[in-house]
Design a binder for this molecule. Structure first.
Ligand code: GLN
Length: 197
């Protein structure tokens, strides 16, 4: 069965995520059809969703304006998988500590925008991630810090003693950008661990 993967395409690394999803699908002898989401009406037909990085204030404004936000919330309520990376994590959080970001409340965390950024705007770190056999090369770009984690949220990885990958039910959120390496294991973890084959 082909996996229909919606990638929010209002901003961010759309094609890189599409490639990572296809690589992860191939490893499971599956095919993936990537659907770019820019308008309402497409999310309900997707098996999994990807919310990429970018600028969380802009992404939040556009998904509410286009009526996509409610569809993402329904997707999560139905227990279908989502991977939210960097700005995608910020938009998915319960609290973004910034009034300009109207969050989706699908990951029970509070995040501080740009908290890993500023001094060293971008860095790569080998992360131990629950469920992966060896470390994942995580690329952080003006990344958010998760500074509160709700009790139903599983922390999958930490860096500097702070959570940087979490799972809240069907939603996996990362502070870093797993699409910027050739390694599809985070997409695999988010999508294929929880989707029937
Ligand atoms: N700093 C961005 C924000 O606050 C996120 C950066 C990213 O997605 N790489 O929205």
């Amino acid at each position: 069965m082909t996996l229909r993967a919606g990638v929010l395409a209002v901003q961010g690394d759309v094609s890189e995520h599409g490639d990572a999803i296809e690589r992860a699908a191939t490893a499971h002898d599956r095919t993936a059809e990537v659907v770019e989401i820019r308008e309402a009406g497409l999310v309900p037909d997707c098996d999994v969703l990807l919310l990429p990085g970018g600028e969380s204030t802009t992404i939040s404004r556009l998904i509410h304006r286009e009526g996509i936000a409610e569809e993402i919330e329904s997707h999560v309520d139905a227990g279908k998988p989502v991977l939210a990376t960097c700005a995608g994590l910020i938009v998915s959080a319960t609290d973004a500590q910034d009034d300009r970001v109207d969050t989706l409340n699908v990951i029970d965390v509070s995040v501080e925008r740009n908290a890993f950024g500023r001094q060293k705007d971008s860095f790569e770190a080998p992360l131990d991630v629950t469920g992966l056999d060896d470390s994942f090369p995580a690329v952080f770009i003006r990344a958010p810090v998760i500074d509160y984690v709700g009790e139903d949220v599983e922390v999958l990885a930490t860096w500097d003693d702070r959570p940087v990958a979490v799972r809240d039910g069907p939603v996996v959120g990362t502070s870093f950008h797993p699409e910027l390496t050739e390694d599809p294991r985070i997409h695999d973890l988010a999508f294929f661990d929880s989707v029937e084959s």
